[in-house]
Design a protein around this ligand. Structure first.
Ligand code: ES4
Ligand code: ZN
Length: 319
């Protein structure tokens, strides 16, 4: 599906495909607990978010040098360009790397090398969103923000990801306040597996501008009214929701109902190497499974630019 679009919910570590993962493992002398890509692919049947995260964090062990992160991002940008992406706001998980002894500077500078060439090479403008792992402590998030200070010129926003249930947004009030004071914008995953209350908290306590996923808002009509009235963008990831069993089948995904309710929906790929498709594939899949027509697909593409962290001139150039 080649409509020009912005991708707003994409974990760069979730673009690590099996073949490059094994190539990096060899190059860096890292042993993976899988014999080959075929055996690895058998691990891609997930029960829920946590069962995916276990594999996602384990496979990252192969990412060690600036060059590794540069290659990862460049490969994503090439695939995204081929599917009509003109602007990408890319999540990364610094704590998943610093915990393994890879400094945050290696991650940001490596990604930055690919991002610096992205407009010229792929026709995609980019931003970076640094995510805190919500199943780690608030102190760890604060230390991460501190460690990111030399690299803030490369970072647009902070986000919140990883295991949601039991880790409400309010746990991160202080670090979000500190991030805002440094001029960073704010988003957070909420309402993927967690309750609608977490969406309210992300808005009220953290002051986020966008909700990543937000799927479970549909359980709370008052919350839906508010999200519609305030035009709060939701970065939905339908293929992810199917693979992580937030919905049973794509045909049962509430995207159509969410658009009909007037919510500002965008469609994104989340962790495309794991969930069966990049963002163009996702547009194609919702067209097929939910019968969204071309006008609705164009609305989703238009929404992606409205929800992006672009000023008017940048938005006009990207469209
Ligand atoms: C994630 Cl699908 C999803 N949800 C929460 N955290 C994540 N990190 C990477 N993918
Ligand atoms: Zn996500």
């Amino acid at each position: 599906m080649h409509l020009p679009k912005a991708e707003l919910h994409l974990h760069i570590e979730g673009t690590l495909e099996p073949e490059p993962a094994f190539a990096l493992a060899r190059r860096n002398g890292v042993r993976l607990p899988y014999a080959d890509t075929e055996e690895l692919r058998t691990a891609y049947l997930f029960e829920d978010l946590q069962s995916f995260l276990d594999l996602y964090y384990a496979l990252m062990a192969v990412l060690r040098t600036e060059e590794d992160f540069e290659e990862l991002a460049d490969a994503y940008l090439a695939r995204a360009a081929a599917q009509g992406v003109r602007h990408a706001e890319i999540f990364f998980d610094p704590q998943a790397h610093t915990a393994r002894g890879v400094p945050i500077g290696t991650v940001v500078e490596g990604l930055g090398r690919a991002l610096d060439r992205s407009e010229e090479k792929h026709g995609i403008s980019t931003q970076l969103i640094m995510c805190f792992l919500r199943d780690q402590s608030a102190e760890s998030a604060l230390r991460t923000l501190e460690a990111a200070k030399p690299y803030l010129h490369r970072i647009s926003a902070v986000g919140l990801d990883s295991a949601e249930v039991g880790h409400p947004p309010a746990k991160f009030r202080e670090v979000y306040e500190a991030a805002a004071a440094l001029g960073l914008r704010k988003v957070a995953h909420a309402g993927e597996e967690g309750p609608p209350e977490y969406i309210r908290e992300a808005l009220d306590v953290l002051g986020v501008e966008r909700i990543d996923h937000g799927l479970r808002c549909m359980e709370d009509p008052e919350l839906v009214k508010r999200l519609v009235a305030d035009r709060v963008p939701l970065t939905l990831c339908p293929l992810s929701n199917v693979r992580l069993r937030a919905v049973d089948t794509l045909e049962e995904h509430p995207l159509r109902a969410m658009m009909a309710a007037g919510l500002l929906c965008t469609v994104n790929s989340d962790d495309p190497a794991y969930f069966g498709g990049y963002v163009g594939d996702t547009f194609h899949a919702v067209h097929g499974a939910l019968g969204l027509d071309h006008e609705q697909l164009r609305t989703l593409a238009r929404n992606s630019f409205e929800a992006a962290f672009l000023d008017h001139d940048e938005e006009r150039r990207a469209r």
